[in-house]
Ligand binder design. Structure first.
Ligand SMILES: [Zn+2]
Length: 411
């Protein structure tokens, strides 16, 4: 009772040809021509696997196979096949094609599901084109926002127009498509996009949950002056204040964070940004995450204290804007238990780890119990053409997905 690794490999290779850039990269932006081409190819593979397919009003590709007890809550498997503009071959695709392989193998192995199974390739997970992602899954879960179809890409094309070009008459009215209780479980396999499994020398990991980020924008305001004339003691240098805060924030997370806390300042704007003017205004972002909400809150409070101290020391005004505050979402214990049991039978000895990045599963968690499987990827590199995962590792992950799906579909 196994999946067909060779077929999965062929599918991954063939899909990587669509929107290929360079030797190993892909660019399949949401709702683009390349995305459509990929959807067509993957749709054919779904049909070969015995699934009945459709593309819905959000651009999701959905395959369905009826269970012997269609009234039972269903099992959903899936991930995404759109990519970053300068992306890799495995992000999303390993899980999306892995899910199709699971259903195809079930059919070939004579496994008849009791529950209906759906395999979904969620539309626009990445969010780079319209600067807002996990679009398709939010449509399914009823979590779309006002003006979602009017968002524009860099060329001024709205999502509504892009979807039309993609071949979909966008229709938000069916949202939410699923109600609480419709879905028994959602399973997603994804490459880790981090270095933990590589470090632990394990091909596969069982995910404990997705840590929620806090995103802040901090603006510091001092006073501009000539770099040659204002004495050091009289300065109100916003860049100096920002540097102090950023270094102390890093120190705080390293010293007092848990094993799973991560804190990052990844973007900064300096005004007027001139070599001979003391910086008057600096804006920088903060990304703070942890699966442990209490730990995150504790560090957030300490960060505010640091900001207060630094701005007092450097005589700066400060404004803190909260852009995002999402809570950690935990995988269901009963699904993790099944995974651990099957993992034991396979002899993988897979560790449990949390997910720093979010995935389609984050949104699915609001309408269903969910479980996730991670596959080791080289040096944790992702969102980059250099992204790489060994086929052998992906096969092992999909094997675990298969066994978990069989158990849940027959329960
Ligand atoms: Zn992804």
């Amino acid at each position: 009772m196994s999946i067909k690794g060779e077929r999965l490999k062929q599918h991954l290779e063939e899909l990587a040809e669509i929107g290929k850039i360079g030797e190993t990269g892909v660019c399949r932006l949401a709702h683009s021509k390349e995305d459509r081409k990929a959807v067509e190819v993957v749709k054919r593979w779904m049909e070969e696997a015995g699934l009945t397919t459709k593309i819905d009003g959000f651009g999701n590709l959905i395959g369905r196979i009826e269970g012997s007890q269609p009234d039972q809550p269903i099992l959903i498997l899936g991930s995404h096949i759109d990519s970053q503009p300068y992306g890799g071959r495995f992000d999303g695709t390993a899980g999306a094609l892995g899910a199709i392989e699971v259903v195809h193998s079930m059919k070939e192995n004579g496994v008849n599901p009791t529950r209906t199974i759906e395999v979904i390739c969620f539309s626009d997970e990445e969010g780079c084109r319209f600067n807002k992602g996990i679009f398709g899954v939010r449509g399914l879960a009823g979590m779309l926002e006002e003006g979602e179809l009017e968002r524009q890409d860099k060329q001024g094309v709205t999502r509504r127009e892009a979807l039309k070009e993609f071949g979909v008459d966008s229709d938000m009215s069916p949202s939410p498509v699923y109600q609480k209780g419709d879905i028994a479980a959602f399973l997603e396999l994804h490459i880790e996009q981090g270095p933990v499994l590589e470090q632990k020398k394990k091909p596969v990991g069982i995910v404990s949950g997705i840590s929620g980020p806090i995103w802040l924008t901090v603006t510091l305001e001092g006073f501009a002056g000539h770099a040659g004339s204002v004495p050091m003691q009289m300065r109100q240098d916003a860049l100096l204040g920002a540097s102090d805060i950023i270094r102390r924030f890093d120190d705080l997370v390293k010293r007092e964070g848990t094993e799973t806390t991560v804190g990052t300042v990844g973007s900064m704007q300096v005004f007027p940004n001139s070599r001979n003017i003391i910086a008057e205004k600096v804006e920088f972002t903060v990304d703070l995450r942890d699966i442990d909400l209490e730990a995150r809150t504790r560090l957030e409070e300490k960060l505010y204290k640091i900001i207060e101290e630094s701005t007092a020391e450097y005589k700066l005004k400060v404004e803190i804007k909260e852009d995002t505050r999402s809570e950690p979402r935990y995988c269901a214990d009963w699904i993790k238990d099944i995974m651990k049991e099957e993992d034991g039978k396979l002899g993988f000895d897979s560790p449990t780890l949390m997910s720093g990045p979010f995935h389609d599963a984050l949104i699915m968690s609001y309408i269903s119990d969910y479980g996730m499987i991670f596959v080791r990827c080289e040096k944790g590199i992702s969102h980059n053409p250099l992204e790489f995962a060994e086929m052998e590792d992906i096969e092992k992950g999909v094997q675990l997905l298969y066994r978990t799906a069989v158990r849940i579909s027959q329960s």
